[in-house]
Structures are given as C-alpha cells and as structure tokens.
Ligand binder design. Structure first.
Ligand code: GAP
Length: 453
C-alpha cells in the first residue's frame, strides 16, 4: 500500500473531524493538537486495543493511572534534570532556533546561514508552580514520560497485588516535552500520549525478555493494520542510548515524512528502581545511579532462596499514541478509481479501530415510519456495547456512503420500504462495496462477527 502525503492526511483529519490544530481561532499553539469527534474515538480504540493486549489478556501485568504533576525529586533521581536535553543551536542572522542534530551542512534550516552558535543542552521538561506561593522551591514538573510514576508506585503495586517477578505495570497517559522544533503534524508534539509497560524481571533473564517484547510488540502493530514490511527494527547505537538504557530497539515506521520511531523497547536494567530506592548500598545495584538521600522506600524484591533483596531489571516497550494514530491513518488511507471512473477515498481501518462501527441510513429523510424503524435498529445495535453506531439521516444514500467510506465505517445499513414489509435491510461493506439483503434479526450477530475476535 503506498504511503500517503502528509497533506492528504492532514486535510482528511480537518475535513472530517479527526484532528484540529489547538486554539486555532487564536492562531494556534505550536506543537499541540486537539482530537475531534472522530479522532477521539479512533484514539480511544487504539488505546483500548493496547490495554486489552497488555493488561486484560495477561495475568502478569497490572494497570495504573498516575498523576501528571511530578515531584521534582523524582526527575532529579531519574536523571531527567541533568540529562533530558536536546542540543540547541541559534542562527545569529535570522534568530531561528533548531536542534543541532536536525541541521545539515552546518546551515540554518530557515535562512541557510552558517552563522550559528555552538550547540548547548536545552532541557525538554515543562516546569510549573505548585500552590499559591511562587518561589524557587515551589515548582513541579509535567511528566516527560509516564514511566517514572510507575517506578515510584512499584512498592504500592507489589504490596497491594502480591505480584512477584516477572510482572509488569502498564499505563497510558499524557506526557509533555518542550520540543525545540515540533513538526510533522502529530508526529513530534509538545503534549502527547504514551502507552508504556514497565516489565520487571530478574537480572540475567533481561535479554530474553527484551527479545520476547520486541516480537510481541511488532505482532501487535500488525494486528492494528500496520504492514509488517513498513516496520524496521533499529538497534540503537551505543552512543545514542538514553542514560538509563543497556540496549534499545526502535520500531521504525515509514511515516509520510520519512522513516522514524514509532515505539522504543528498552532494557533499562536496574537503573530506575535502583535510582528511586532507599538503602542503595545494600542492594548490589549494577547501574550507575545518583545517591538517593530522599526516598523512603526500598524498591526491591526478596530472593526466596538467598533471602537477599534484589533490584529487578526493567524491560520497557514504550509507544506513542499520537504516532500510532498517524501510522494507522497512513496505513488505511486509500484513494481508488471506481469502474464508473469516479474516485473515492476510503479509510480501510480494522473494524475494532473504526470511530463508527455502523451507520444506519433511512432511505427517506422525512418518512417518519422509516426513520423511527431506523432509530430502533440504531438503538438496538448501540446497546450491544461494541462501539458507536450512528443514525445518518441525510436523505442522500450516495453521499452517506462516501462519507462513511472516508471515515472508515465498516458497514452501512440502509432501511427502505421493503424493510417495513419483510424486515430485511441492505448491508453495504466499506471495502468491497458489496451490498446484501439480510434479516434485521441477524444484525446483532453480523456486528459481533465484525468486532469480536
Ligand atoms: N519511557 C521511555 C520514553 O519515553 P521515548 O523514546 O522518549 O522513550 C517513547 O518515547 C515513545 O513516545 C516514542 O517512541 C514516541 O512514539 C513517543 N514520543 C516521544 N516523544 C514524542 C513527541 N514529542 N511527540 C509525539 N510522540 C512522542
């Protein structure tokens, strides 16, 4: 399937209500987007698919929904205050600011000048004040990754669930980064969502678990409709690894603007729990951690045989929700020329991701018997709890089909005069455009077959 241009996707998103530039009526806010009526459904469906695979279908993972506001000590001991930076360069001529690793031939990306400053580290974290007094000590951070709140809740989760390693804690939620140059639509933004699993394992078993999660995660993306060939596995070079990582695999996807990271799967060793733990000196921590004088919890598990307290290693699959949405849109967007020479745009989404699962269309807009019958069918299908079903009462069947092709609705159900006589409806399939006549009472099963796998 060909990769679409970013313009095609941006245009569809705006036209049909998937994604809008935030605060557009005031000129926007750079690197921040809003999800519209269809976007919120698509995004929720993607997150639901992740949660089902990572939490519900396993007995070795628990969920968490922790806060965004983060105590500064967390991000001190995690290393973010010192190292969560990008190299910033200023153009002395046009004052443009850019990331040093994004420029080519030492030239300003805006005006082409070579009159640039030396790169200097720019911390990506957003700071905010807590409470009514604003002084140097009263600040907190908006979390730059969801992971840290998982590590600081490690003991709470272990104590309340009696989990023993190997086990994981999963979380989906917002993260914030003051990116120097947000760009490429929702690819690189300042406010985004992550789906992160921190999977705690025994030291020595970490490399096998790392391989396991790489395979699992590729399979999951394929189940969401991403073509396997479009995912490249990049072994991140040693010199580019984050401060906490022993090895990281990036799943690189062919986005419309180029091949870039969709998800990272890192072996974070015992760095995180070791960093946030008290009594570090008693724990044989292998990673190079800051001496922790503030934590009141020992983030370790007891080895049943040796009775020694050991800090688990962490394998972390970390995916961006927004990048996921962009990849899914890119995979499913198609422009087709039909036999009659007309063009159609179709979003061939996997049904579980479709914002609307079925559209019920009365053939006549103003015929109350037909409209009432249609409403009844809509209500019944909605009650199945399989996702959103809409009544599409425009009176224009062709236009309704085109709209629902374009927003990825897998089936349209048309109610006509025949329906009133023999309780049959026309079901049109989005991908094949085939229409078949079925009994109303078979619609429940039809929907279930479409959506329950
Ligand atoms: N906890 C590990 C971590 O945060 P990361 O590689 O910095 O690792 C993980 O981020 C994922 O989050 C990335 O693979 C990407 O999908 C998403 N992500 C990171 N920065 C982003 C940004 N500025 N805009 C959108 N998504 C982003």
């Amino acid at each position: 399937m060909p990769t679409q241009s970013m313009e095609q996707l941006v245009s569809l998103c705006k036209r049909r209500g998937f994604i809008f530039q935030t605060n557009e009526i005031y000129g926007g806010l750079q690197g921040v987007y809003d999800y519209g009526p269809l976007g919120v459904e698509l995004k929720e469906n993607l997150k639901k698919a992740w949660w089902t695979a990572m939490v519900y279908s396993r007995d070795d993972v628990e969920g968490l929904d922790a806060s965004i506001l983060t105590n500064k000590k967390v991000l001190k001991y995690s290393g973010h205050e010192d190292t969560f930076t990008d190299p910033l360069v200023d153009c002395k001529d046009c004052k443009n600011r850019m990331r040093a690793d994004h420029i080519k031939d030492s030239k300003c990306l805006h005006c082409g000048s070579t009159n640039l400053t030396e790169p200097r580290p720019f911390n990506l974290m957003f700071r905010t004040n807590i409470g009514p007094v604003s002084d140097d000590d009263s600040y907190a951070y908006l979390r730059p990754e969801t992971a840290q709140q998982i590590f600081t809740n490690f003991k709470n989760v272990v104590d309340s669930t009696s989990k023993s390693i190997p086990f994981g804690i999963a979380q989906i939620g917002k993260a914030f980064r003051n990116e120097i140059t947000p760009r490429n639509f929702i690819f690189r933004v300042r406010e985004f969502e992550q789906m992160e699993l921190e999977f705690f394992v025994k030291k020595g078993e970490d490399e096998d678990w790392h391989k396991y999660w790489i395979k699992e995660r590729i399979n999951w993306w394929v189940q969401q409709g991403v073509e396997k060939d479009k995912i490249k596995v990049l072994n991140v070079p040693q010199e580019e690894l984050s401060h906490y990582s022993k090895a990281t695999i990036d799943l690189m996807y062919e986005f419309p603007h180029g091949v870039e990271e969709l998800e990272g799967i890192a072996n974070r060793t015992d760095f995180d729990l070791g960093s946030h733990s008290k009594n570090q000196e008693d724990l044989d921590i292998t990673a190079d951690v800051l001496k922790n004088k503030d934590s009141n919890a020992r983030l370790a598990v007891q080895n049943i045989d040796s009775k020694k307290w050991e800090v688990p290693y962490v394998i972390e699959p970390s995916a961006g929700v927004d990048r996921g949405v962009l990849a899914i849109l890119n995979e499913s967007y198609k422009e087709e020329t039909l036999e009659n020479g007309k063009n159609r745009v179709v979003l061939a989404l996997k049904p579980h991701l479709s914002p609307i699962k079925a559209a019920v269309i009365p053939i006549k807009k103003n015929d109350s018997t037909i409209v009432d019958f249609s409403k009844k069918i809509k209500d019944n299908l909605q009650k199945l709890g399989l996702g959103r079903v809409v009544l599409e009462n425009t009176g224009n069947i062709g236009k309704s089909y085109r709209k629902h092709d374009e927003i990825g609705t897998p089936i349209c159900i048309t109610i006509d005069f025949e329906t009133l006589e023999d309780s049959t409806v026309t079901v049109r399939d989005r991908d094949s455009m085939e229409q078949k006549r079925v009994k109303v009472e078979t619609l429940d099963n039809l929907m279930r077959n479409l959506l329950v796998k």
